[in-house]
Design a protein around this ligand. Structure first.
Ligand code: ADP
Ligand code: MG
Length: 347
């Protein structure tokens, strides 16, 4: 069954003042029903602004936003946040401190008190918090507060849930559990969601597709595997996963200091390029005649991450088994094993 677009963001621009650069520029994407999309980018890249535009807390300077076929912003239309059927989960949870969990979740619901409480309890049960319904937010851990915040956003049965860095206030070990739980709740209710985060792993494990934001612009929007293996820009290559960039020149293939890589890129001979190399693309063997030197090793538990220095002074990283130890200073033969080549012309 073909899913239909639930949310369309069409060429949206937003500046906070003429003296500032755009916080979001030419932002376009659409979200299908039941899809979880992550917007990934460093601090200041426009993630929160994008969510606030979708929620209706900000007005676009130009462009349009359409929710379930209804224009909500742009081209003369405007629907305020409370009329948008969008639920929001904030980084700091933003629960009402003076209300019980039950009342926090019942707050945005309509109907008789009894109906609202029944519904609130039902949604609290979904996130495993119904037994604590009479508690107050300060009596909860961060993870528990986050569950309640999610329940509060889900209770009015919105069309779309927006999550702004929802796990960034949690401890690392808690974060992975919460990610799984939040995803489970969203998937079970077939809820559509836009999550924004600066954490690549979070975006990758939770989202169907990930959009990478840089200075307010969406540089690429694709499935995690596509972003990782075929980044469209150097920024995406660098921000998503670890990458080294090896200088090369287009001839018959690409000439680099690690040999000639077979590749037809259609660029004219003589074009200078950079080849993206991931640590798992690089292998080495001790060799007295080798072209590299082990410059360092970091033990990361599941792997050893080596830094290898090449004759030009360039460094590439190599991911090796956690049991493979080669001493720093060892001369080695460095090999790249790329099954496809990602390159960027040097301007
Ligand atoms: P992110 O959530 O990715 O960190 P934001 O959307 O918060 O990014 O911010 C994007 C850019 O807009 C930043 O340069 C930020 O300083 C600026 N900005 C955000 N909110 C305001 C505001 N209310 N007034 C002026 N500038 C703002
Ligand atoms: Mg933000």
């Amino acid at each position: 069954m073909k899913r239909s677009a639930l949310l369309v963001v069409d060429n949206v621009d937003k500046r906070y003042g003429a003296e500032f650069p755009p916080a979001v520029s030419h932002l376009s994407f659409s979200l299908e029903e039941g899809e979880i999309l992550a917007l990934l980018g460093p601090s200041g890249s426009g993630k929160t602004t994008a969510l606030r535009l979708i929620a209706g807390f900000e007005k676009p300077d130009s462009g349009a936003i359409v929710l379930k076929g209804v224009p909500v912003a742009g081209n003369g239309s405007w629907l305020p946040p409370e009329a948008r059927k969008v639920g929001m989960v904030f980084q700091d949870y933003a629960l009402f401190p003076h209300l019980t969990l039950l009342d926090n979740v019942a707050f945005g619901l309509s109907g008789s008190r009894k109906d609202r409480e029944r519904k609130a309890l039902e949604v609290l049960a979904k996130v495993g918090m119904d037994r604590l319904a009479s508690r107050y937010p300060h009596e909860l851990s961060g993870g528990q507060q986050q569950r309640v915040a999610l329940a509060r956003a889900l209770a009015p049965e919105p069309w779309l849930i927006l999550l702004d860095e929802p796990f960034s206030n949690l401890d690392a070990d808690m974060r992975a559990d919460m990610r799984r739980e939040v995803e489970k709740v969203l998937r079970e209710s077939n809820m559509s969601a836009v999550l924004v985060t600066h954490d690549q792993e979070e975006a990758f494990v939770l989202a169907d597709r990930v959009g990478v934001l840089n200075n307010g612009s969406l540089e690429q929007l694709a499935a995690p595997e596509v972003l990782y293996h075929t980044p469209a820009t150097r920024f995406v290559a660098d921000f998503v996963g670890e990458a080294d960039f090896l200088p090369g020149e287009v001839q018959d293939g690409i000439v680099t200091e690690l040999g000639v890589l077979e590749h037809r890129c259609g660029l004219p001979r003589g074009t200078r390029v950079e080849i993206m190399i991931r640590p798992d693309d690089v292998d080495f063997e001790p060799d007295d005649e080798g072209n590299g030197i082990v410059a360092g090793r970091k033990f990361r538990g599941s792997e050893n991450r080596y830094a290898l220095r090449l004759p030009s002074g360039a460094r590439v990283r190599s991911s090796q088994a956690s049991t493979r130890v080669v001493a720093t200073g060892t001369r080695v033969k460095v090999r790249v094993k790329l099954d496809h080549i990602v390159l960027f012309p040097v301007s």
